[in-house]
Write a protein of this length. Structure first.
Length: 197
């Protein structure tokens, strides 16, 4: 197969050009390719400059490096600068502004302004199994290894003896499963207003 390179030097900035390719194989001509439209001097994804709706532009068209071939930030990455330098942010030991509500590893558990904690301080269960699933698992700072299932279902507020001030508190009124065993927590209370995002 013969590689052909074409250099076109007679172009004008701002002018739109249309390119098509046709292959000649021993005298047999292929169909024309679909047109490629190009405006000379126009910005494009991969030029290393942030323009239009680009979230990043790292001067390449590769996926998996933080900035996709469509100039979108990939999940788990943050990109900065022109050309964009992308890095995995979660677990790098730095708590950046955009991580406060999402990165427990770098920023710790997020407590919004006006709230002093987000942990239940007391809890009671309808059935207590201290060996397999003690009710205390819903009090204090949560363990990162705790498994919650099924998805949380919230009880109506009017069924509570005390108003719920937090989405986290509704966890304490939901079915939960520790590594083995089930229990339904009947009541849990915070020592101060709490919230989780």
């Amino acid at each position: 197969m013969k590689h052909v390179e074409v250099n076109i030097t007679d172009v004008t900035v701002g002018m739109q050009y249309e390119y098509r390719v046709q292959v000649d194989a021993d005298g047999f001509l292929s169909e024309l390719s679909p047109p490629l439209h190009y405006t000379h001097g126009a910005p494009y994804c991969g030029d290393g400059e942030l323009q239009g709706k680009e979230e990043c532009d790292d001067r390449n068209l590769l996926d998996g490096d933080g900035c996709s071939k469509k100039c979108r930030m990939e999940p788990g990455f943050n990109c900065d600068g022109q050309p964009s330098l992308c890095y995995v942010f979660d677990g790098d030991g730095l708590c950046e502004d955009f991580e406060h509500g999402s990165s427990v590893q770098d920023c710790g558990f997020f407590t919004p302004p006006g709230y002093s904690d987000q942990w239940a301080t007391e809890a009671w269960a309808s059935h207590q199994d201290n060996n397999r699933c003690p009710v205390q698992v819903v009090t204090g700072e949560p363990s990162l290894t705790q498994v919650l299932s099924p998805p949380l279902h919230h009880l109506p507020r009017d069924s509570l003896s005390r108003p719920v001030e937090s989405p986290l508190l509704s966890l304490c009124f939901s079915d939960f499963q520790c590594l083995s065993g089930n229990s339904t927590v009947s009541a849990a209370f915070h020592s101060s207003p709490a919230q989780i995002t």
